[in-house]
Design a protein around this ligand. Structure first.
Ligand SMILES: Nc1nc2c(ncn2[C@@H]2O[C@H](COP(=O)(O)OP(=O)(O)OP(=O)(O)O)[C@@H](O)[C@H]2O)c(=O)[nH]1
Ligand SMILES: [Mg+2]
Length: 459
């Protein structure tokens, strides 16, 4: 009742023709607040902007086919290996992956494969996979300490939290081993004795497939182009797997005085409509999911780490390891279900300049349920090659059409539409490449759904 009468009094005061100054004052106040809001949004957008570099900082390593034997003979192997984490029960899928990568690439380059397991390998797995790999196969068992809860975590609480995640339907959140796997791939795989001799690694998984021939050495290309981290696919993370991950990473950034670079900014939602006090309140007090303590919000984009070609020295660096230790102490690998994919992605965008990242847009790659697959480069399919296999007109209907601007070598894509390069919209790919991209779509193209930046996504 009191409130109502107060409202009536204010309304009457405002309407009194004898008091126009009050209205003026109110209007001025509102205009001032509006100005502050717009100014704050403008400032926020400027601080978090991703400026256009003077030129494209990344591009395909190769277009069409080369003679892989010549490529292999022209250079010694890099200090590099494939890595596959698998269970004994995944023997058939593991064999398929290896058979596929051998056929598409490794039969010419003979890189070793390190198989990792948290249990002893079955003799059958060793026998079958040994036969499938053309290079050396190494079967390693992960030390127990690297596949377990850290000492300082309360195991009962962690298990209760995992059970709760199961109930809440968090993707893979109810599987204890999955949490160990994510922590292992985030924090310790690069320190394994079996990998200590290698600089580069290429991550494989049971059941993935490569759908184009890879006729050059990607490890060598990473080295000659001075690249650190290579990816194929970028997607949104499942929001309920990692509500506090971004805050934890950003807290680390601030504590270590790491400036927010264009690469980092590309992980942040811009523009925001929340004015500063609301952002601050959400970040600091409400601890809203995916917000930093200062209220900026992660766009949830990350590279899909089931494919990675990367420089292990990056993960072994002081900076990455202290980031991992900081995250590990927060407990989110168990209290939530932080994945190694967003951990790696936030880390590379925090710690690396944009030119160190590479999109393997020339690779056809399939991991259930998503794929990317380039079209075939016109006139560059080496139809006469004995090494790759000759063919006559009309013989290879299984190959994807050669299309203008396409870069693939003998790709076999699944899409009915030959122009489709992936079965997801590539929005995160575009967003995460922004700091590398001089060529960008206009606002009109974005509005019409053409998100991806034009570098690396030809055709
Ligand atoms: N040895 C071992 N490997 C595991 C275990 N859990 C997962 N992995 C491996 O870790 C990698 C990722 O696991 P996946 O189950 O494929 O997880 P994902 O790719 O994130 O998710 P989906 O494939 O969509 O289920 C694969 O190489 C698995 O073989 C485990 O308990 N033991
Ligand atoms: Mg998988």
């Amino acid at each position: 009742m009191k409130l109502r009468s107060l409202a009536v009094v204010i309304f009457r005061q405002l309407r009194r023709p004898t008091r126009p100054r009050r209205i003026n004052l109110l209007l001025k106040g509102a205009a001032f607040l509006l100005f502050l809001w717009v100014f704050d949004l403008f400032l926020y957008s400027q601080i978090h902007s991703v400026p256009r570099p003077p030129k494209d900082l990344d591009g395909p390593f190769s277009t069409g086919c080369q003679d892989p034997k010549k490529a292999a003979a022209s250079h010694p192997r890099e200090n590099a290996t494939f890595v596959m984490l698998a269970r004994n029960s995944e023997i058939e899928h593991a064999r398929q992956t290896i058979q596929n990568i051998e056929a598409q690439f490794n039969r010419w380059f003979n890189y070793p494969v390190v198989f990792l397991n948290n249990e002893e390998w079955s003799p059958e797995f060793i026998r079958v996979l040994n036969k499938t790999v053309s290079g050396k196969a190494i079967f390693d068992v992960i030390p127990q300490a690297d596949w377990d809860y850290p000492d300082w975590i309360n195991k009962d609480q962690a298990r209760a939290s995992i059970a709760k995640q199961e109930k809440l339907g968090v993707w893979n959140g109810g599987k204890e081993s999955y949490h160990h796997m994510c922590r292992f791939y985030s924090g310790s795989f690069y320190n394994l004795a079996a990998l200590s001799q290698f600089k580069y690694y290429w991550r494989l998984e049971p059941g993935v497939s490569y759908t184009c021939a890879i006729t050059y050495d990607p490890f060598l290309a990473m080295s000659t182009h001075n690249k650190t981290y290579g990816f194929t696919t970028a997607l949104w993370e499942e929001p309920n797997t990692c509500p506090s991950l971004f805050r934890a990473v950003d807290d680390f950034r601030i504590a270590n005085l790491i400036p927010s670079t264009p690469s980092w900014n590309s992980m942040i939602v811009v523009p925001t409509w929340d004015p500063f006090p609301i952002r601050w309140f959400k970040g600091r007090y409400l601890q809203s999911p995916h917000h930093s303590s200062s209220g900026s919000k992660w766009n949830l984009c990350h590279y899909w780490s089931n494919f990675e070609i990367a420089d292990l020295d990056f993960f072994r660096s002081e900076a990455y390891q202290s980031l991992f230790k900081h995250l590990d102490r927060k407990g989110g690998f168990y209290t939530e279900r932080w994945g190694d994919a967003p951990v790696h992605s936030l880390a590379v965008h925090l710690l690396l300049p944009p030119e160190k990242l590479h999109h393997f847009s020339d690779f056809g790659y399939f991991h259930e349920p998503f794929w990317q697959c380039p079209g075939n480069a016109p006139g560059k399919q080496m139809r006469e090659s004995e090494v790759l296999g000759k063919w006559e007109d009309g013989e290879r209907n299984d190959l994807t059409q050669e299309t203008e601007g396409a870069i693939g070598c003998r790709c076999q894509c699944f899409a009915s539409n030959p122009k489709l390069r992936r079965n997801n919209r590539g929005i995160c790919l575009g967003i995460m490449q922004a700091s590398q991209a001089f060529h960008r779509p206009s606002w009109w193209e974005i509005w019409r759904g053409k998100w991806p930046y034009s570098i690396n996504i030809p055709g």
